[in-house]
Design a protein around this ligand. Structure first.
Ligand SMILES: [Zn+2]
Length: 211
């Protein structure tokens, strides 16, 4: 037996289908230029002029003094790409891990530099530092005054070690290159985070990007 739908019902269904088929409202888009995107993030920075010196060239750089709730120990020159990733890293990995494991947010990120016109440690190619595309971070100072040091706390079983392992793993999902105390002697006291061409995560756990 065939059931005939009432004309009113057919019209209502047609309207419903038309509503489903209409395109969704446009999503709010982030600006296309990295510098314009930085302006929408919770961070303090100033654009820096491009320059070349001693065979090293820095382009699209900014000088950053704060990411979210964490100040940098001193303002740091870095590429916009690195600044953007650090901003996300602070909000998504660093502060949540600090709150969860150490019960205090990170107030100061003590870094050992970003720009340095030099070759890679033990290599002949130029370091990402030569483009201000890398940062070395040694100590995380908490709002309660306590400090977490890569040198003292990477190897161990305490909360501070767990915190460093947690953010190290997070870093490997964000940055192109991650080095630390497991990598070589040159990195015994800091995390090296860069936005270079090559993807590597030389810490002693599985690269989360390769699972
Ligand atoms: Zn480095």
């Amino acid at each position: 037996m065939r059931v005939r739908a009432a004309p009113g019902l057919v019209a209502a269904l047609a309207l419903l289908l038309a509503a489903c088929a209409s395109p969704p409202p446009p999503a709010s888009k982030l600006p296309e230029r990295c510098l314009d995107r930085l302006a929408t993030y919770d961070m303090d920075f100033a654009p820096a002029p491009d320059f070349s010196s001693g065979g090293c060239t820095v382009r699209n750089a900014v000088k950053v003094s704060r990411f979210g709730r964490a100040k940098l120990s001193s303002p740091a020159l870095m590429t916009c790409a690195l600044a953007e990733k650090l901003s996300a890293f602070e909000g998504v990995f660093l502060q949540p891990a600090a709150e969860r494991i150490l019960h205090s947010p990170v107030a100061v990120i003590h870094h050992y530099g970003t720009y340095a016109c030099r070759q890679r440690t033990g290599g002949t190619q130029m370091s990402e530092h030569a483009k201000a595309n890398a940062i070395d971070i040694g100590i995380f100072e908490l709002a309660n005054g306590d400090k977490v040091s890569v040198t003292r706390h990477w190897n161990g079983a305490g909360d501070k070690s767990e915190f460093l392992k947690s953010i190290g793993q997070g870093a490997c999902t964000q940055f192109k290159g991650v080095l630390g105390p497991d990598s070589d002697k040159a990195h015994y006291d800091h995390f090296h985070l860069d936005m270079g061409t090559w993807a590597f995560c030389r810490l002693k756990f599985t690269d989360p990007r390769k699972r």
